[in-house]
Each structure stands twice: as structure tokens, then as C-alpha cells.
Ligand binder design. Structure first.
Ligand code: NDP
Ligand code: BG6
Length: 513
């Protein structure tokens, strides 16, 4: 645009959000969805599931006829469930005046049925109540298993035999952990498949519902500048980083049985890796995408012990405040060797990625909280500007950072001339900060995934062969770590984690971002 003789580049306003999500094929008058949260009294149900359901309701994404049932052993009335749920609902989507009214409407659709997880009779009672609400409509049912994994199968058995829908679909969302290793995971899959078809099982990994993870394939496959660079030819290494600045607070009992490799790496980080590294799927169809993920996972080498570093946080006093050690948690056995930190180097033996280290780092009680993917590119061959860059050529390579959380962003580190008469180069960022570009708040991952499960969209859920492939990579090393009783490196609460993780990275000529 030429204005007063000056060329100005128009700033493209952020797009209005298009409501492409309310694409239900529900026949409005004839069908209904009943959502049963099994384990409704628990932490996840309160923190994530009910708030996500409310957000979907608020956005008009739930079908017109729906009912939500909480199911757990705790004794609670409908009114008590509503009080419990109401404490966790927020109007964060926007502050329009009718939010309180919407909450009331939502709570009116929430009910509770107390029952044991292994009682067909209790699930039959639930079934009767669901039928009253379904009242002759095509009845679709979604069960969300928000319970400890040792009772998954009992609950599925009872729910499927006593409370499955006669005329609509029945789907079951299963929360992680899906087993502890290849064998237990395969056994869990076999048991679930006694009662459900694979199509009915929605294995959730909430990282797949995160906005920036979903955006990964858009970034790769719809921008010409990235896909041609996406290979060993241009990429030196890729890093998947998960850090939390708090410990296992309150979840030590669960965590000690699993450890950080099973809790974060084998699922959340590996899922991001699979989407990052897979070949172009034939289409955006769930099976096409999952086929490519399985292929890339099966091309990976199982992780070796000398490519892993484990750590555990110890107590640390800072500013007069004493932060606890992992083993200070009363639900953690004294002397536990369970890692709360791990770093690992993985490799994909295919033509695209041969020799490129894929490094993972995950830890609790570290100095910051973040989840990101860092792509470090190779040096520019024969770079004319090497002498202007300084001595550390590694620092002058391009790096693409996909910051999944917090402060979602995508930025590319480039070399740029510092304005002025001299010739000095500076590392600057081409920066897409979501908060600056998009005014709408990013939905929680559970909202996206619950909506997909209701719509029968399986793209973001884990298929059983994918799960097998994921466990094959980690099971041998987990067994070795446990059998050899490898002692973790102890790192202070709130620190940057074990020093050994830098040695592991250095072994592959990598510097952590
Ligand atoms: P909880 O430990 O809070 O358990 C959920 C409910 O299950 C409890 O309220 C309790 O209900 C029932 N329950 C607990 N222990 C037992 C037991 N030993 N036997 C029978 N029933 C039991 O779990 P969360 O809500 O934290 O998590 C639920 C699921 O989601 C788990 O599989 C967990 O691994 C997974 N998950 C949790 C996350 C979180 O942030 N909390 C994150 C990611 C996954 P009642 O006594 O009323 O029957
Ligand atoms: C869960 C893990 O799957 O993910 C927790 O079990 C972890 O240990 C959590 O804290 C992190 O999720 P988010 O969405 O807060 O990064």
C-alpha cells in the first residue's frame, strides 16, 4: 500500500474464529448423548473433565440432548455432585453476562450415581437412570474412565455388559497409564477387547489435544518453507523438553509405580515426536495419520541404557523456604530409586532421519515449567558471515522453537544484521506469540479430546498397534534400569536437573536449548 509516498505493509488482522466444530450429525430431536464420568469424585474429574464439559456446553458444542453422570464409590447426592462440580467451573472462555446462567443450565444436566467399579448390579442401576433420560431417543453413550488403571477392566466389563447402549454407539475413553511395559499393556488391551471393539476404545494422551501439538502437522504440511527442510539433510537434532517447577505433590503413590519415563516420555513426548517425524499421511483421516505414526515408531531403535540419564530431586532450601525431596512424600517408599527426571537420546533408522539425534528431557521439580520442541538446523555451508558471527558457530545456526506451553509460541532464531554502519550479526527471533496474535483463549486439551470422542473422531487417540510400538522402545531399558537398580543422580528441587544430561547431549554434539 502506497500512502503518502511510503510503502507500508498491511498488518493482517487475526482471523475470526470459524465455528467448524459443531459438525455433529446428530439428529437433533432423535438422539442423545449420555456421558458417564467413572471416578467422578477424583482429582482429574474435578480439575479437567467437568470443566472441559462445561466449556463445550458453553461454546454450544454439546448436542441439544445430553446428560452427564458422575459415577464413583463415594456417597454423594446429585446436589452434592453439583456443588462439587460448580467449584471448578470458570467463565474463562469469556466474561459474558450469562455465564452464571449457563452454569446453572449445565449443572441441571449433571447427576450422580454411587456404585462399585466391579458391580454389574450398580451399573445396571445406572443403566436404568440413563434410560429415563434417553426417553426413546437414539442413545449414544460415552464412558470416561477416570480411575486408577488396576480397575479399568472391571469397570469396562460391568459398564459394557450392563450399561451399554442398545441402539446408539458406546465409546470408552481410557486414561493413561496403559500398562507399565509391553506385556502389561498388551494384557490390558486383550482384556479391554474382550468387552469392546478397538473402535470403541479412545486411549487418551492429553498432549495430543494441545493446540500447538495439533498445529505441528499444519506447520509442516501446509508451509512450503518447512517440509523441504524436515530431514537429516538440514536438521542437526530435535529436542523434546518437558519441565515442571513442582514435584509429585499429592500423586507420589501413583508416580512411584511409574516414574518419569512412563509418565511423560513414553507417551506425551513420544507422541509429539511421532507427529513431528512421520511421513506425509495419505489424508487427514485418522487411520492414515495413525498408520504413519506407527511406521515411524517402528523405525525407531529401542532406547539403550547408555543413552539414558535418570535423576531424582532432593530437598533444597532457597530464600528460607525448604522444598521437599521426592522421598519426603509419605506415599513414596523410603529409598525409592524411581526417576523424577530423565534424559534420553533416540534414533529413527529411516532414510529421512538416519543419524539425527532426537533428544528427550523430562523432569519434575525443576527451575521452570515448559513443554517445547526445539529443532536445531545445520550450519550454513561456506557461510560468508562466519567471521562476523564470533567463535561459537553452533550458536549461529537456525533454531525453530515450538513452545507448547506456557505462553504458546512458534519462533525461529535467525542471524540478522545489527542496524548500523558496521557489520555485526545478531541472533533475533521471527516470533509468533499466540497471545499477541490471537485474542481468543486457547481451549484446554481435554475440551478438544472430549469433543472428538463425542464426534467419533479418532485422529488424536492412540491405536493399540501404536501403543505396542511405543512400549517396545522403552520396555527393555525400563526393565534394565529396575533390574540393575540404577541409582538416579540427585538434583536439588528447583534446579536445572542432573549434570549428566549435559554429558549425554554432548555425546551427540548437542546443546540443550
Ligand atoms: P484418583 O486417584 O483421584 O482416583 C479417581 C477416583 O477413583 C477416586 O476419586 C476414587 O473414587 C477412585 N479410586 C481411587 N483409588 C481407588 C482404588 N484403589 N480402588 C478403587 N477406586 C479407587 O485419580 P485421578 O483423578 O488423579 O486420575 C484418574 C485417572 O487419570 C488415572 O488413571 C490417572 O493415572 C489418570 N491421569 C490423572 C491425571 C491427573 O492430573 N490427576 C493426569 C493424567 C492422567 P471413589 O473412592 O469415590 O470410588
Ligand atoms: C500427566 C502426568 O499425564 O501430565 C503428570 O501424569 C503431569 O505427572 C501432567 O504433571 C502434565 O500435564 P500438563 O498438561 O499440565 O502439562
Amino acid at each position: 500500500i502506497l500512502k503518502d509516498g511510503i510503502l507500508s505493509v498491511p498488518v493482517v488482522p487475526p482471523p475470526e474464529e470459524v465455528k467448524d466444530i459443531a459438525s455433529f450429525d446428530f439428529d437433533k430431536d432423535k438422539s442423545t448423548v449420555s456421558i458417564t464420568v467413572v471416578g467422578a469424585s477424583g482429582d482429574l474429574a474435578k480439575k479437567k473433565i467437568f470443566p472441559a464439559l462445561f466449556a463445550l456446553f458453553y461454546e454450544g458444542c454439546l448436542p441439544e440432548h445430553f446428560t452427564i453422570y458422575g459415577y464413583a464409590r463415594s456417597k454423594m447426592s446429585d446436589a452434592e455432585l453439583r456443588t462439587m462440580v460448580s467449584k471448578t467451573l470458570t467463565c474463562r472462555i469469556d466474561q459474558r453476562e450469562n455465564c452464571g446462567e449457563k452454569m446453572d443450565h449445565f449443572l441441571e444436566r449433571c447427576f450422580y450415581h454411587p456404585g462399585q467399579y466391579d458391580s454389574e448390579e450398580n451399573f445396571l442401576e445406572l443403566d436404568r437412570k440413563l434410560k429415563e433420560h434417553e426417553a426413546g431417543r437414539v442413545a449414544n453413550r460415552l464412558f470416561y474412565l477416570s480411575i486408577p488403571p488396576n480397575i479399568f477392566v472391571d469397570a469396562v466389563k460391568c459398564a459394557s455388559s450392563s450399561a451399554s447402549s442398545a441402539n446408539g454407539w458406546t465409546r470408552v475413553i481410557v486414561e493413561k497409564p496403559f500398562g507399565r511395559d509391553s506385556e502389561s499393556s498388551a494384557a490390558l488391551t486383550r482384556s479391554l477387547k474382550q468387552y469392546l471393539d478397538e473402535d470403541q476404545i479412545f486411549r487418551i494422551d492429553h498432549y495430543l489435544g494441545k493446540e500447538l501439538v495439533e498445529n505441528l502437522s499444519v506447520l509442516r504440511f501446509s508451509n512450503l518453507i518447512f517440509e523441504p527442510l524436515w530431514s537429516r539433510q538440514y536438521i542437526r537434532n530435535v529436542q523434546f523438553i518437558f519441565a515442571e517447577d513442582f514435584g509429585t505433590e499429592g500423586r507420589g503413590g501413583y508416580f512411584d509405580n511409574y516414574g518419569i519415563i512412563r509418565d511423560i516420555m513414553q507417551n506425551h513426548l513420544l507422541q509429539m515426536l511421532a507427529i513431528f517425524a512421520m511421513e506425509t499421511p495419505v489424508s487427514l483421516d485418522a487411520e492414515d495419520i495413525r498408520n504413519e505414526k506407527v511406521k515411524v515408531l517402528r523405525s525407531m531403535r529401542p532406547l539403550r541404557l547408555d543413552d539414558v540419564v535418570v535423576g531424582q530431586y532432593k530437598s533444597h532450601t532457597r530464600g528460607g523456604v525448604k522444598y521437599p525431596a521426592y522421598t519426603d512424600d509419605k506415599t513414596v517408599p523410603a529409598g525409592s530409586l524411581t526417576p523424577t527426571f530423565a534424559a534420553a537420546a533416540l534414533f529413527i533408522d529411516n532414510a529421512r532421519w538416519d543419524g539425527v539425534p532426537f533428544l528427550m528431557k523430562a523432569g519434575k521439580a525443576l527451575h521452570d515449567r515448559r513443554a517445547e520442541i526445539r529443532v536445531q538446523f545445520r550450519h550454513v555451508p561456506g557461510n560468508l558471515y562466519n567471521k562476523n558471527i564470533g567463535t561459537d558457530l553452533d550458536l549461529a545456526t537456525n533454531e525453530l522453537v515450538i513452545r507448547v506451553q506456557p505462553d504458546e509460541a512458534i519462533y525461529l532464531k535467525i542471524n540478522n544484521k545489527v542496524p548500523g554502519l558496521g557489520m555485526r550479526l545478531d541472533r533475533s527471533n521471527l516470533n509468533l506469540l499466540y497471545a499477541a496474535r490471537y485474542s481468543k483463549e486457547i481451549p484446554d486439551a481435554y475440551e478438544r479430546l472430549l469433543l472428538d470422542a463425542i464426534e467419533g473422531e479418532r485422529r488424536l487417540f492412540i491405536r493399540s498397534d501404536e501403543l505396542n510400538a511405543a512400549w517396545s522402545l522403552f520396555s527393555p531399558v525400563l526393565k534394565e534400569l529396575e533390574e540393575k537398580k540404577i541409582v538416579p543422580e540427585y538434583y536439588p528441587y528447583g534446579s536445572r536437573g542432573p549434570v549428566c544430561s549435559h554429558y549425554l547431549a554432548a555425546k551427540y554434539k548437542v546443546r540443550w536449548g
